[in-house]
Design a binder for this molecule. Structure first.
Ligand SMILES: O=C(O)COP(=O)(O)O
Ligand SMILES: [Mg+2]
Length: 219
């Protein structure tokens, strides 16, 4: 049976408030004021090192590799266990139960580092749904490079999978991996829905399992 691979931030969880808090703590460590939640939300998608670089640019810090390394280390310390402000999108738990009941192979491919990824899956009691997890620091490459998505598919051991994500990064990654893409429209996407190539767009996870059943039956 065709599998399904999920993105995490902005697709299964609304984690922007926790990421915002971690960025604020990192900036406070430097004696700097926090950025706004919408600003931080717009910086999510390419992984922690890029997010920290975007924060540094927004507060007019120099693009210095040593400074970036120090701030990233501070950010990751805060991020490792950041779960308390994060919420699951409506219908996610039921969708994962439905996929498990249907026997569909499920994987996770996120640019979030593996530490906070494991912490958030455990926090919501979802770890058993994801035997295969590729994090943002699991491989040298990150999405939109297709390598993490293809590694996830290989590890799942099913020939084919649909990738479900929320962003430009995910749409590009799926296209470069030659995978069909389902777009969750309520995440951290900045581009209009119709500019992102997708086989399906949905705003509630209750729509996903039925669509997958029909779509993967014919493809
Ligand atoms: O950590 C990020 O920047 C984005 O994570 P995601 O790949 O789960 O959306
Ligand atoms: Mg995402």
């Amino acid at each position: 049976m065709s599998g399904v691979i999920f993105d995490l931030d902005g697709t299964l969880i609304d984690s922007a408030p926790d990421i915002h808090r971690c960025a604020a703590l990192m900036l406070a460590d430097e004696g700097l004021d926090p950025l706004t939640l919408p600003q931080i939300r717009s910086f999510i998608g390419n992984g922690a090192p890029v997010l920290v670089r975007r924060v540094m640019a927004a507060v007019a810090l120099p693009d210095d590799p040593a400074l970036h390394a120090r701030l990233l280390a501070r950010f990751l310390e805060h991020y490792e266990t950041a779960v308390t402000l994060t919420r699951l999108y409506d219908g996610v738990a039921a969708c994962l139960e439905d996929l498990a009941a249907a026997g569909r192979p499920v994987g996770l491919c996120t640019n979030k580092p593996i530490g906070p990824t494991r912490a958030v899956l455990a926090h919501f009691g979802l770890a058993q749904h994801f035997p295969t997890v590729i994090g943002g620091d699991s491989l040298p490459q990150r999405k939109p490079d297709p390598a993490p998505l293809l590694a996830c598919l290989r590890e799942m051991g099913c020939g084919k999978a649909v990738f479900v994500g929320d962003s430009e990064v995910d749409a590009e990654c799926a296209a470069r991996a030659g995978m069909d893409f389902a777009l969750f429209t309520e995440g951290y996407r900045k581009a209009p829905v119709d500019t992102l190539p997708h086989a399906f767009a949905f705003s509630h996870h209750g729509e996903l399992e039925g669509w997958l059943r029909e779509y993967t039956f014919i493809s």
